[in-house]
Design a protein around this ligand. Structure first.
Ligand code: MCF
Ligand code: ZN
Length: 334
């Protein structure tokens, strides 16, 4: 692929469906807040200035340590501004971000409303300044257990609407089973929220099947291990379940040794609706532009393939139809 083609791919307008709000925090932003608040973040940063972690479980604890400096709604407003500036610089036109009431008010509905108001205000400003549209997915954290998940689901249900558009689950997939969280997903569904779950990243194909059956999700975060069960892949295709694939994340966390070994292309070839996201970009030394360039170089994907992926993502977005129409219009202008 020549440089002109790669340059065009890099600059395409993009839709990102899988981004963790704190996980997108630039390290210098977290360092600055730690200094302001005199919080000791020893061990969180690598000598190169990025985040330091050995493996997935260590990643989860470093994520929580970095998040500990975000203490107020105002901190989250500043975070939102920093995150959206970076996303807009990568030509992202629409993004869905995972927000956790555990970190934003400790599961209390009143406190959560204050965090949410601050985040929305910053998102509205970023939309005015950079044209990027943000929507939120309330996310429970699997290793915090089903009780905390219920508190998150209540926060989600109380604030469901045109901005909080979905409910999901992230965290340590090796802890508990999807059905332990079915009550929370039922509450969110009844409140009109759309559903997604991290599954099949560390768990096998069965973990993806359980999330679909027991939680009734229409999207799966990662889902890559579905490739080990082709009958499940067929079911995913038939039911038009969309995968939020984060290739760079999977390589850095050692789910796959390199991008060439990643199943995204096999899944796409079999007809699965795949989308592309960064997950926690500075943690994984990636950006949306990098993800696209790496996929183009590794699998030979041209601009048409990426255009199709972005249309898939826009159609799978949890936003209202007016917003979707605006996003699809932005994708046309290439
Ligand atoms: O997708 C990656 C890796 N797999 C699972 N979970 C997470 C990922 N990035 C963040 N998370 C979790 C983590 O537990 O999501 C939470 C973090 O605390 C934040 S959700 C706003
Ligand atoms: Zn994730």
């Amino acid at each position: 692929m020549d440089e002109a083609q790669l340059d065009r791919i890099k600059r395409l307008p993009k839709v990102e469906l899988h981004l963790h709000h704190e996980g997108a925090a630039p390290p210098h932003f977290i360092k600055g807040l730690a200094q302001e608040k005199s919080v000791n973040l020893e061990g969180v940063f690598a000598p190169d200035g990025g985040y330091a972690f050995r493996d997935f479980v260590h990643f989860l604890s470093v994520y929580e340590a970095a998040t500990s400096v975000l203490k107020t709604p105002e901190d989250y407003a500043r975070l939102t501004k920093a995150v959206l500036e970076e996303s807009a610089a990568n030509d992202v036109v629409y993004c869905e971000t995972f927000l956790s009431p555990d970190f934003c008010g400790g599961g209390d509905v009143g406190a959560w409303r204050e965090y949410l108001a601050a985040i929305r205000e910053a998102a509205d400003a970023a939309e005015r300044d950079h044209g990027i549209i943000l929507r939120g997915i309330v996310t429970c954290i699997r290793h915090f257990g089903p009780d905390k998940a219920k508190a998150s689901a209540l926060c989600a249900a109380e604030t469901a609407g045109d901005w909080i558009v979905g409910f999901g689950i992230a965290g340590d997939e090796m802890k508990g089973k999807p059905k332990d969280f079915a009550y929370s997903f039922d509450m969110a569904r009844e409140a009109g929220l759309r559903l997604t779950a991290h599954a099949g990243e560390w768990g096998g194909a069965q973990s993806v099947a359980d999330a679909i059956t027991d939680l009734g999700v229409e999207r799966i975060g990662h889902g890559v291990h579905a490739i080990n069960d082709l009958a499940l892949v067929d079911k995913i295709v038939e039911n038009e379940i969309v995968l939020e694939v984060c290739p760079g994340s999977n390589v850095v966390l050692d789910v796959y040794p390199n991008l060439a070994a990643h199943p995204i292309e096999k899944l796409r070839e079999r007809g699965v609706k795949v989308t592309v996201s960064t997950d926690d970009p500075p943690f994984f030394h990636t950006t949306m532009r990098d993800e696209y360039l790496n996929l183009a170089r590794t699998f030979g994907w041209d601009a048409d393939v990426f255009a199709e992926i972005n249309t898939t993502a826009a159609n799978a977005a949890f936003c209202d139809e007016d917003t979707r129409a605006r996003v699809l219009k932005r994708l046309e202008r290439t």
